[in-house]
Design a protein around this ligand. Structure first.
Ligand SMILES: NC(=O)c1ccc[n+]([C@@H]2O[C@H](COP(=O)([O-])OP(=O)(O)OC[C@H]3O[C@@H](n4cnc5c(N)ncnc54)[C@H](O)[C@@H]3O)[C@@H](O)[C@H]2O)c1
Length: 400
């Protein structure tokens, strides 16, 4: 495969846009398709709608050179990539494949013999086979005439461009020719190793990567609550335990957030209910940690009120799901802040990475430092580090 191909990227969010931009930077014509007109317009004007270092320059360059174009409609292509959301739905956390299916349906009329169709969205096991079935049901003449594969994304928000290029990839087709074709495609822009497998294993690889992180963080979060009761400094404890050459305990936090780690383990639990015991418990512990943080803050607020005769002003430091990004999806810090606001506490919300968030008034860090009585550090943003000095009115939930 050479650069003389056309690629369509379905979904221009945190994954789709950087991937599309990276491919276009190799001199490959990329059409980015999104259902949001505003996203399409922003990209076509050479700008971006998400915060990701180095992405703005790359997109501007690609658009100016004519290699990247966005649209709300699909066109004929050689390669189609799917990077649309895969949330869960309902109390049983069932995976919601509606976006993947609708994106697949949008490209159905464009598919031609020899095309390569790749799902990058994090997906429950069997999704690629399901989409293959959908394609071959609607377009039976394409059976065995197109290539279909799954290739999960494992980039770190904040370092996406580097990791897209350099991370290893697991690539699994619905058959061997599909795996090989997908590998040829990724070789055009990935310098990390490409590991060949089948679609089901590639799907599960992504899910267990995130479940593994979730379980390890749950261990740290459980320890943090035990240590609080035992009057032991969790941060010191972990530092000491990690001096053991074969121990590596992760850092506890306000909970676990983001589109991946807080979501993907459910895709395993919902499908393998009886077997996925640790994975389920880890999810429950990490969710419980967030409730525990809320209770801690409420207790400190009550103590303040009893002592001072008035309700405290509480500064919630950080809303994002992890340090130094603007992504608030499934964020435990956001959940804590909303919960305190809903319970009528006097809350100042501080999030240096976001200018505006619906229904929550954001306060500048300087103002908060002057006004607040209690500071709850929920996210370890770099702007907060110099403001934390272990005062009794500062609660450190994020390892400052
Ligand atoms: N964000 C991450 O760090 C990360 C990492 C690894 C994997 N993933 C996975 O990648 C997938 C995409 O995640 P994201 O973070 O980029 O999501 P996102 O919400 O940032 O972006 C998804 C985009 O898809 C668009 N969209 C929805 N339906 C569409 C359709 N039918 N056709 C075209 N566009 C459509 C949305 O408008 C949105 O702009 C998810 O499955 C996610 O789990 C995300």
């Amino acid at each position: 495969m050479d650069n003389n191909i056309k690629v369509t990227m379905m979904g221009l969010g945190y994954i789709g846009l950087p991937t599309a931009a990276l491919i276009a930077s190799k001199g490959i014509h990329v059409l980015g398709v999104d259902v949001q007109q505003q996203v399409v317009d922003t990209i076509n004007s050479g700008k971006i709608h998400i915060v990701e270092p180095a992405l703005d320059g790359l997109v501007k360059h690609d658009v100016e050179r004519g290699y990247l174009k966005a649209s709300i409609t699909t066109e004929k292509s050689d390669v189609f990539l799917i990077a649309v959301p895969t949330p869960f739905k309902g109390n049983n956390h069932e995976p919601d494949l509606a976006y993947v299916e609708s994106a697949t349906r949008m490209i159905l009329p464009q598919l031609e013999e020899g095309n390569l169709f790749i799902i990058e969205s994090t997906s429950p096991v069997g999704t690629t086979e399901k989409m293959a079935e959908l394609i071959f049901t609607e377009r039976p003449e394409l059976k065995d005439k197109i290539y279909i594969a799954y290739c999960p994304e494992r980039v770190l928000p904040g370092n996406v461009i580097y990791e897209l290029k350099n991370n290893d990839r697991a690539i699994g087709g619905i058959n061997e020719p599909s795996t090989n074709k997908a590998c040829e495609f990724y070789r055009l822009f990935v310098s990390g190793e490409l590991h060949k497998t089948n679609a089901r294993t590639a799907e599960m690889t992504k899910l267990v990567e995130n479940a593994s992180r979730d379980v390890q963080i749950a261990f740290a979060n459980e320890l943090s609550m035990i240590c609080d009761e035992a009057n032991i400094d969790i941060w010191e404890l972990i530092k000491l335990a990690n001096k053991h050459p074969r121990v590596n305990i992760l850092q506890p936090g306000t909970g676990v957030g983001g589109h991946c780690i807080a979501v993907d383990p459910w895709f395993i639990v919902s499908e393998f209910k009886e077997k996925a015991k640790i994975i389920r418990t880890a999810r429950e512990i990490n969710n419980y940690k967030t409730e525990w943080v809320i209770e801690k803050i409420k207790n400190i607020a009550l103590e303040f009120e009893i002592k001072e005769g008035r309700k405290p002003i509480i500064a919630c430091m950080g809303l994002a799901f992890k340090p130094d990004i603007d992504d608030l999806r499934e964020s435990p810090a956001l959940y804590v802040t909303k919960s305190l606001i809903n319970q009528k506490f006097n809350v100042l919300s501080i999030e240096p990475n976001v200018k505006y968030y619906k229904n929550i008034k954001l306060t500048a860090l300087n103002e908060a430092l002057e006004q607040a009585d209690i500071f709850v550090y929920l996210v370890k943003h770099k702007e907060f580090i110099h403001t934390y000095n272990k005062q009794s009115n500062q609660l450190n939930f994020c390892g400052l």
